[in-house]
Write a protein that binds this ligand. Structure first.
Ligand SMILES: Cc1ncc(COP(=O)(O)O)c(C=O)c1O
Length: 411
């Protein structure tokens, strides 16, 4: 009889043989471009702290202020005593900020984006429904679709024409739910949201948009990718996260009031879990005020300058014939595609030798053969960081394109 541990050990050995072992690195300093990781001082291009707010003194103070006012923990689920004034205020602010697409917007706050996505998909879709999901959607959307027990149809990445054909084929009257990342988390490209909205309207389908990587960044006041495109539809269900550009933790859904009421009544990952600490909701509210104001505006402008600089830098390295390729991303996620897992790890290791941390991402997070460095930018980076990273990348690629890999690196 096989011992259960033998199964795990064999599985771990298989992963290691394919260079797929993931490992965590320990940070001793706050999330910032200059970070101490595993005892080494590095310049990191690794976080989703796109506006550089995660270590902002005003937000650190807001968490303390929230804790003084509301205590350390919520003490219960939202429906059984854990819903505090801080959560309620945050939801009102978020509905006003990101809900311009709806006529009667309402927001619902969650502890994480993962849970928000499970909530949306399991509550809106069920047996007999069909979920139409982009091939490169985030794992939390994939898991939500699976958990919903709906029929799931995957459409080719960002292909609204293929999706239209699928919707035309499906003549049944079950609920239809189209779901997409707004900014794809590993490629950095943007979904064809205007075309998807038109399809949702034509087929009376819900359109669930996960803007984890666009909220706070896109749109004049940072209200997100849907606001930036000035889309309007009662069928839109918008998910934004508060642990990325907003620099705190948590997530929210904004939709027409009826859809939010349905989530409150139906969504198990909303109902059966302890509400996030009210201090975090309080700090997230302060973060929204920062993002909407002058400071947010200045930080977005700085981030966009960095994005242009990195695109030019990666394009230059690609043109050198260094065997890496850029992606058509205009966002803060700028992947450098290397191909094989070993090669991506070797490049990440070599960059570490130059004191730069750019995580390697491998399957199943990305398709096989497209292992990459996921370079992410923050307004907190210095322009000089990008220039020095470019030099280090050139040197590292020259060294690793020929030499076998020696170290063990990264995510
Ligand atoms: C596109 C996308 N959606 C959802 C999530 C989950 O959000 P959270 O980290 O708040 O659980 C992430 C990342 O974590 C993401 O990249």
């Amino acid at each position: 009889m096989t011992h259960p541990f033998d199964v795990l050990e064999a599985g771990l050995a298989d992963r290691a043989a394919l260079a797929l072992t993931r490992r965590r690195r320990i940070a001793d300093t706050p999330c910032a471009p200059r970070i101490r990781i595993d005892g080494r001082d590095l310049v990191a291009f690794a976080s989703n702290d796109y506006l550089g707010l995660a270590n902002h003194p005003r937000l650190i103070e807001a968490i303390a202020e929230g804790a003084r006012r509301y205590g350390a923990g919520s003490g219960g689920s939202h429906l059984l005593g854990g819903h505090s004034r801080a959560h309620a205020l945050l939801e009102d602010v978020l509905a006003g900020y990101a809900g311009g697409f709806a006529s009667d917007p309402r927001a619902l706050s969650f502890s994480t984006g993962y849970m928000a996505n499970l909530a949306i998909l399991t509550a809106l879709a069920g047996r007999g429904a069909t979920v139409y999901s982009d091939a490169l959607n985030h794992a939390s959307l994939i898991d939500g679709a699976r958990l919903s027990r709906a029929n799931v149809r995957i459409y080719p990445h960002a292909d609204a024409v293929a999706l239209a054909a699928m919707l035309d084929e499906d003549r049944g009257d079950g609920m239809k739910v189209i779901v997409t990342d707004a900014v794809f988390s590993m490629d950095g490209d943007i979904a064809p949201l205007a075309a998807l909205t038109a399809l949702a309207e034509k087929h009376q389908a819900w359109l669930v948009v996960d803007d984890a990587h666009g909220f706070g960044i896109h749109g004049d006041d940072g209200a997100g990718t849907v606001a930036d495109l000035r889309l309007r539809s009662p069928l839109l269900v918008y998910m934004g996260t508060l642990g990325k550009a907003a620099g705190v933790a948590g997530a929210f859904v904004v939709a027409e009031s009826t859809a939010i009421e349905w989530l409150i009544q139906q969504a198990r990952s909303y109902i059966y879990t302890t509400a996030a600490a009210p201090a975090l909701a309080h700090a997230a509210g302060v973060s929204v005020a920062l993002m909407r104001g002058e400071e947010g505006h200045a930080r977005r402008a700085r981030l966009h300058g960095h994005i242009d600089a990195v695109r030019a830098m990666i394009g230059g390295i690609e043109a050198m014939g260094a065997g890496v390729s850029a992606m058509a991303s205009t966002t803060a996620i700028q992947p450098i595609v290397v191909g094989e897992n070993e090669a991506a790890l070797a490049l990440a290791d070599a960059l570490l030798e130059h004191s730069f941390w750019v995580p390697a991402v491998r399957p199943p997070t990305v398709p096989p053969g497209t292992a990459r460095l996921r370079l992410s930018l923050s307004a907190a980076h210095e322009t000089d960081d990008i220039q020095r990273l470019g030099q280090a990348l050139r040197a590292s690629r020259a060294a690793t394109a020929t030499a076998p890999r020696v170290g063990v690196a990264t995510a």
